[in-house]
Design a protein around this ligand. Structure first.
Ligand code: NAP
Length: 282
């Protein structure tokens, strides 16, 4: 078994981002909107703020309580779209249930859409055109595979989970890397026959121990995107790590695998959007 250390790879991505940022007099601006009461989201947003400040970015966090209206968020998005100091806009999902998430995402200027969730960026990715920004978790996973020189081209890759933020964009990126992709979900029949025949398994369901030792062929690369907080407070992935670690060729731990890469990609996307906007102004 070879353990994939996402923390180390993310650290080196962030070091490069910091180095590139130092070259500029003006600093990249990241605006984050937090409109939910979810503890995990609050922790993610605090850590995004801390890391972006450590890179020398100008970050601003807009926190709202549950009395916030759709109109208030819409006018903030318009303001941020127009603000030249803001290069990247992130709406932390999920939003309070009374807010229309899709309408809000579609109002973000695609050139400032740091998560790559706007339909223009999703569409460009699926057409094989360069989006302004590529979704952070899928981008981080591809970087992780490449950092460990894991072959993607021609490999059978099984992606489990078809969400708009992980599974679908990841399938598009892997296809661009010439992988043969199978996208499984909760209605998929006989998941075990698919996992047994895959060269690479990437699981993103939030279903602890979905992937058990009997489903893995020796040498398979196993990437665990899932994060579930147990009642004990422990974070676990989708994969039965302890039983699989000696069968897999490579495996990511949870935490410390894909998670740090998502944040590193977010910071890299912020810098890339800043650079694209500067270039357009030249
Ligand atoms: P989501 O929107 O809830 O989607 C979950 C997907 O998993 C759905 O497509 C669902 O199928 C599929 N699924 C659920 N149970 C399944 C089963 N038993 N067999 C096969 N497929 C099953 O979740 P998400 O936002 O993509 O997140 C997935 C997990 O990744 C969560 O644990 C989340 O916390 C984690 N995550 C981690 C990071 C990171 O940086 N590490 C980033 C994002 C998300 P249907 O479509 O048929 O319902």
């Amino acid at each position: 078994m070879k353990l994939i250390n996402g923390k180390n790879v993310a650290k080196s991505v962030l070091e490069k981002v910091k180095e590139r940022t130092l070259k500029y007099e003006k600093k990249p601006g990241l605006a984050v909107i937090l409109a939910n009461n979810d503890e995990a989201s609050k922790i993610y947003v605090n850590s995004k703020e801390k890391i972006s400040n450590s890179l020398g970015f100008k970050s601003s966090i807009y926190r709202f309580d549950k009395t916030v209206t759709q109109g208030k968020i819409i006018s903030l998005i318009h303001e941020l779209n127009e603000n030249p100091e803001v290069n990247a806009i992130l709406v932390q999902l999920p939003l309070y249930k009374h807010l229309d998430q899709q309408q809000i995402i579609e109002l973000i200027d695609p050139k400032k859409d740091v998560d790559g969730f706007h339909p223009i960026n999703v569409g460009r990715l699926n057409c094989g055109l360069k989006p302004y920004a590529v979704c952070c978790t899928p981008k981080g996973i591809i970087k992780l595979l490449k950092a460990y020189k894991i072959k993607i081209s021609g490999q059978s890759v099984l992606v489990i989970g078809r969400s708009n933020i992980v599974g679908k964009p990841l399938s598009a990126l892997l296809t661009l890397e010439d992988a043969t992709v199978t996208l499984a979900h909760s209605k998929t029949k006989n998941l075990k026959s698919l996992t047994k025949n895959a060269d690479i398994i990437i699981s993103a369901t939030g279903h602890p121990k979905l992937i058990t030792a009997d489903m893995i062929t020796k040498g398979t690369v196993v990437i665990d995107v899932g994060i579930t907080r147990q009642l004990t407070g422990e974070l676990v992935g989708d994969v039965d790590f302890e039983k699989i670690k000696d069968i897999a060729g490579y495996i990511t731990p949870v935490p410390g695998g894909v998670g740090p890469m998502t944040i590193a990609s977010l910071m890299e996307n912020t810098l890339e959007l800043f650079e694209q906007q500067n270039k357009r102004q030249e």
